[in-house]
Design a protein around this ligand. Sequence first.
Ligand code: SAM
Length: 281
Amino acid sequence: MLSYRHAFHAGNHADVLKHYVLSLVLGYFNQKEKPYWVIDTHAGAGMYALTDGFAQKNREFETGVARLMASDALPELVQRYLEAVNAVNTEGSLQLYPGSPQISAHFLRDHDKLRLFELHPNDFKLLQQHFAGKHRQIKAEMVDGFHGLKACLPPPIKRAVVLIDPPYELKEDYQRVVSSLQDSLKRFATGTYLVWYPLLQRPEPGAMVQALQQLNTQNWLDIRLQVEQPHADGFGMYGSGMFVINPPWQLPEILSSSMPSITELLGLDASAQFNLEYAIT
Ligand code: SAM
């Protein structure tokens, strides 16, 4: 059953955190001439209209990317993420929001490659249409992303960024992330893996992060952004996190200096905070 549609949430606080961290990692990969692959296991539609359709229902982008766009005091690397958003909009407007595949495409150089997996037939069609004519560099498949990832590893060139961003509608997604990474690290230990997860009042996200910290890797980083007080009824997402395996060594410093402004802009109440943990040898 696939009921999740990312278009409802495009550009919200969780997308901002996820795509900001992705942009930082890709900016780091671009510092070396050597080509790399980006593998996006749960790609979504690639691009989202904000002015009509699903995104207008709850207008989640208004408390997400729109708040950053309205600020004139952002750290330079946050601005570089926003350049990927501006690149798909006419000057100053916010009509479209780029999904993770388009964020990656923005950073890719001619010799880098993007592999995309998306299971929802409608979103897959939109994804294909969005990247039509770019088959030499970007390949999208309507395949389970965890299976797709297995088939890609190790990549033919030994540099790769993997984004794992499931909807977590099914509880089994949490366990699938952990087992997929156990397998991926055996196939390709030096890859940089990014896992997005929601902050919820239920045990699965925390248990997943604990299991990820115990994987066979010395290098990891966990950044969480809480935007509001957890709801009294116990439901709802009150923030999100990104767990990064083999992060660029500069990532802790960059996040320590930029997350205070992001937290201030995206916070919905006084409990807004970020939490950064890492182990880098
Ligand atoms: N990564 C996208 C972005 O940041 O723009 C958003 C992805 S959204 C959170 C999750 C997507 O995964 C949905 O489009 C859903 O249809 C898709 N999906 C769910 N289960 C999947 C699976 N096993 N393999 C591939 N795609 C899946």
